[in-house]
Design a protein around this ligand. Structure first.
Ligand code: ZN
Length: 214
Protein backbone atom coordinates (compact mmCIF):
# COMPACT_ATOMS: atom_id res chain seq x y z
CA UNK A 1 0.00 0.00 0.00
CA UNK A 2 1.55 3.32 -1.04
CA UNK A 3 2.31 6.21 1.26
CA UNK A 4 2.29 9.96 0.88
CA UNK A 5 3.82 12.77 2.87
CA UNK A 6 1.50 15.46 4.14
CA UNK A 7 2.67 18.96 5.09
CA UNK A 8 6.35 18.04 4.83
CA UNK A 9 8.76 20.67 6.14
CA UNK A 10 12.51 20.15 5.83
CA UNK A 11 15.47 22.00 7.26
CA UNK A 12 18.38 22.16 4.80
CA UNK A 13 21.86 23.27 5.88
CA UNK A 14 24.99 23.72 3.81
CA UNK A 15 27.94 21.65 5.08
CA UNK A 16 30.59 23.75 3.34
CA UNK A 17 32.98 25.06 6.04
CA UNK A 18 31.97 28.51 7.23
CA UNK A 19 28.82 28.69 5.09
CA UNK A 20 25.85 30.03 7.03
CA UNK A 21 23.19 28.86 4.58
CA UNK A 22 20.20 27.19 6.25
CA UNK A 23 16.67 27.19 4.96
CA UNK A 24 13.30 25.65 5.68
CA UNK A 25 11.55 24.06 2.72
CA UNK A 26 7.92 23.04 2.51
CA UNK A 27 7.25 20.22 0.08
CA UNK A 28 3.88 21.30 -1.18
CA UNK A 29 3.52 18.89 -4.04
CA UNK A 30 2.24 15.42 -3.22
CA UNK A 31 5.04 12.89 -2.92
CA UNK A 32 3.98 9.26 -3.12
CA UNK A 33 5.90 6.00 -2.96
CA UNK A 34 5.52 2.41 -1.82
CA UNK A 35 7.27 2.81 1.54
CA UNK A 36 7.71 5.64 4.04
CA UNK A 37 11.48 5.45 3.46
CA UNK A 38 11.01 5.97 -0.29
CA UNK A 39 8.69 8.94 0.30
CA UNK A 40 11.21 10.46 2.69
CA UNK A 41 14.02 10.05 0.16
CA UNK A 42 11.95 11.59 -2.63
CA UNK A 43 10.90 14.48 -0.40
CA UNK A 44 14.50 15.10 0.66
CA UNK A 45 15.60 15.17 -2.98
CA UNK A 46 12.93 17.73 -3.72
CA UNK A 47 13.91 19.80 -0.66
CA UNK A 48 17.54 19.64 -1.84
CA UNK A 49 16.66 20.83 -5.35
CA UNK A 50 14.64 23.77 -4.03
CA UNK A 51 17.41 24.71 -1.58
CA UNK A 52 20.13 24.40 -4.19
CA UNK A 53 18.45 27.06 -6.33
CA UNK A 54 18.24 29.39 -3.31
CA UNK A 55 21.77 28.60 -2.13
CA UNK A 56 23.50 28.88 -5.48
CA UNK A 57 21.79 32.20 -6.21
CA UNK A 58 23.75 33.59 -3.23
CA UNK A 59 26.90 31.45 -2.91
CA UNK A 60 27.06 29.76 -6.33
CA UNK A 61 30.18 31.60 -7.40
CA UNK A 62 32.06 30.35 -4.31
CA UNK A 63 30.70 26.82 -3.91
CA UNK A 64 27.58 24.84 -4.72
CA UNK A 65 25.22 23.05 -2.35
CA UNK A 66 26.53 19.54 -2.92
CA UNK A 67 25.83 17.41 0.13
CA UNK A 68 23.63 19.41 2.50
CA UNK A 69 22.28 18.25 5.84
CA UNK A 70 18.54 17.64 5.33
CA UNK A 71 16.19 16.97 8.21
CA UNK A 72 12.44 16.66 8.29
CA UNK A 73 11.05 18.97 10.99
CA UNK A 74 7.38 18.21 10.46
CA UNK A 75 4.92 16.35 8.29
CA UNK A 76 3.22 12.99 8.54
CA UNK A 77 3.16 9.86 6.43
CA UNK A 78 -0.23 8.59 5.45
CA UNK A 79 -1.45 5.56 3.65
CA UNK A 80 -3.02 6.75 0.43
CA UNK A 81 -6.75 6.35 0.64
CA UNK A 82 -6.70 6.47 4.44
CA UNK A 83 -9.54 8.42 5.91
CA UNK A 84 -8.55 11.97 6.76
CA UNK A 85 -10.33 13.69 9.60
CA UNK A 86 -11.82 16.98 8.42
CA UNK A 87 -10.46 18.96 11.38
CA UNK A 88 -6.82 17.98 10.63
CA UNK A 89 -6.10 16.41 14.00
CA UNK A 90 -2.42 15.60 14.51
CA UNK A 91 -1.38 12.00 14.01
CA UNK A 92 -1.05 10.03 17.25
CA UNK A 93 2.21 8.48 16.09
CA UNK A 94 4.76 8.56 13.29
CA UNK A 95 8.04 6.72 12.81
CA UNK A 96 11.45 7.80 11.63
CA UNK A 97 14.74 6.00 11.12
CA UNK A 98 18.13 7.43 12.07
CA UNK A 99 21.76 6.58 11.46
CA UNK A 100 24.32 6.50 14.26
CA UNK A 101 24.98 9.99 15.62
CA UNK A 102 22.05 11.56 13.77
CA UNK A 103 20.03 14.07 15.75
CA UNK A 104 16.65 12.74 16.88
CA UNK A 105 15.66 15.71 19.04
CA UNK A 106 17.36 19.05 18.61
CA UNK A 107 17.90 21.43 21.49
CA UNK A 108 15.60 24.44 21.28
CA UNK A 109 13.09 22.88 18.89
CA UNK A 110 9.41 23.04 19.78
CA UNK A 111 8.53 19.95 21.78
CA UNK A 112 5.22 18.39 20.87
CA UNK A 113 6.01 14.70 20.79
CA UNK A 114 7.25 11.98 23.11
CA UNK A 115 9.72 9.47 21.73
CA UNK A 116 10.03 5.71 22.12
CA UNK A 117 12.92 3.58 20.87
CA UNK A 118 11.43 0.94 18.57
CA UNK A 119 14.78 -0.30 17.21
CA UNK A 120 18.39 0.51 18.10
CA UNK A 121 19.20 3.02 20.83
CA UNK A 122 19.55 6.71 21.63
CA UNK A 123 21.47 8.90 24.06
CA UNK A 124 21.53 12.46 25.34
CA UNK A 125 24.47 14.37 23.83
CA UNK A 126 25.42 16.09 27.08
CA UNK A 127 25.15 12.89 29.09
CA UNK A 128 26.28 10.04 26.84
CA UNK A 129 26.09 7.61 29.77
CA UNK A 130 22.34 8.05 29.85
CA UNK A 131 21.29 5.64 27.10
CA UNK A 132 17.84 4.76 25.88
CA UNK A 133 17.50 1.14 24.81
CA UNK A 134 14.65 -0.73 23.16
CA UNK A 135 11.27 0.41 24.51
CA UNK A 136 12.75 3.35 26.44
CA UNK A 137 10.97 6.72 26.27
CA UNK A 138 12.30 10.27 26.28
CA UNK A 139 11.28 13.83 25.45
CA UNK A 140 9.64 14.97 28.70
CA UNK A 141 9.62 18.61 27.60
CA UNK A 142 6.68 17.70 25.31
CA UNK A 143 4.58 17.39 28.45
CA UNK A 144 4.93 21.10 29.19
CA UNK A 145 3.01 23.61 27.14
CA UNK A 146 5.10 25.79 24.80
CA UNK A 147 8.28 24.12 25.95
CA UNK A 148 11.26 23.42 23.77
CA UNK A 149 13.78 20.58 23.75
CA UNK A 150 16.37 20.95 26.48
CA UNK A 151 19.18 18.97 24.87
CA UNK A 152 20.15 17.07 21.73
CA UNK A 153 19.29 13.39 21.66
CA UNK A 154 21.26 11.32 19.13
CA UNK A 155 20.85 7.87 17.63
CA UNK A 156 23.17 5.25 19.14
CA UNK A 157 23.30 2.92 16.13
CA UNK A 158 22.51 2.77 12.43
CA UNK A 159 18.88 2.06 11.61
CA UNK A 160 17.59 3.31 14.96
CA UNK A 161 13.83 3.63 14.65
CA UNK A 162 11.96 6.11 16.82
CA UNK A 163 8.22 6.38 17.34
CA UNK A 164 7.09 9.99 17.87
CA UNK A 165 3.87 10.19 19.87
CA UNK A 166 1.51 13.11 20.10
CA UNK A 167 0.31 12.52 23.64
CA UNK A 168 -2.96 14.41 23.27
CA UNK A 169 -3.96 12.59 20.10
CA UNK A 170 -2.76 9.30 21.57
CA UNK A 171 -4.72 9.72 24.79
CA UNK A 172 -7.91 9.82 22.73
CA UNK A 173 -6.94 6.90 20.52
CA UNK A 174 -5.17 4.67 23.04
CA UNK A 175 -5.38 6.00 26.61
CA UNK A 176 -3.57 2.97 28.08
CA UNK A 177 -0.53 3.48 25.87
CA UNK A 178 -0.61 7.24 26.52
CA UNK A 179 -0.52 6.79 30.28
CA UNK A 180 2.27 4.19 30.05
CA UNK A 181 4.36 6.60 27.94
CA UNK A 182 3.63 9.43 30.35
CA UNK A 183 4.77 7.32 33.31
CA UNK A 184 7.94 6.15 31.54
CA UNK A 185 8.94 9.66 30.58
CA UNK A 186 8.35 10.87 34.15
CA UNK A 187 10.52 8.00 35.45
CA UNK A 188 13.23 8.92 32.96
CA UNK A 189 13.09 12.57 34.05
CA UNK A 190 13.58 11.48 37.67
CA UNK A 191 16.58 9.36 36.66
CA UNK A 192 18.11 12.34 34.83
CA UNK A 193 17.62 14.50 37.94
CA UNK A 194 19.18 11.81 40.15
CA UNK A 195 22.16 11.58 37.77
CA UNK A 196 22.56 15.35 37.98
CA UNK A 197 22.31 15.34 41.78
CA UNK A 198 24.90 12.60 42.15
CA UNK A 199 27.28 14.45 39.82
CA UNK A 200 26.73 17.62 41.89
CA UNK A 201 27.49 15.59 45.06
CA UNK A 202 30.69 14.28 43.50
CA UNK A 203 31.71 17.84 42.55
CA UNK A 204 30.98 19.01 46.10
CA UNK A 205 33.05 16.18 47.59
CA UNK A 206 35.96 17.11 45.33
CA UNK A 207 35.67 20.78 46.36
CA UNK A 208 35.38 19.81 50.07
CA UNK A 209 38.44 17.58 49.85
CA UNK A 210 40.37 20.37 48.12
CA UNK A 211 39.34 23.00 50.68
CA UNK A 212 40.37 20.67 53.56
CA UNK A 213 43.74 20.21 51.90
CA UNK A 214 44.09 23.88 51.07
ZN1 ZN B 1 27.07 26.88 1.25
Amino acid sequence: MPYQLKNGVFLVRCRYPGCAFATQVTTEQKIMAMTEEDVEREAKNLAKDISMTKHDAIYGTKHTLRNPEIRRVSGTYQLIGQHESPDQKPEAVFYRDFDKGEIILKEGEAATTLCEVVRGSAFAERNAGHRYGLGACFGASALLANHSRTCNVLAGSNGTRIAFYNLIALSKKNPKKASRLFQEVMDDTLRVIQDLESSIDTTRQVIDTQSVRG
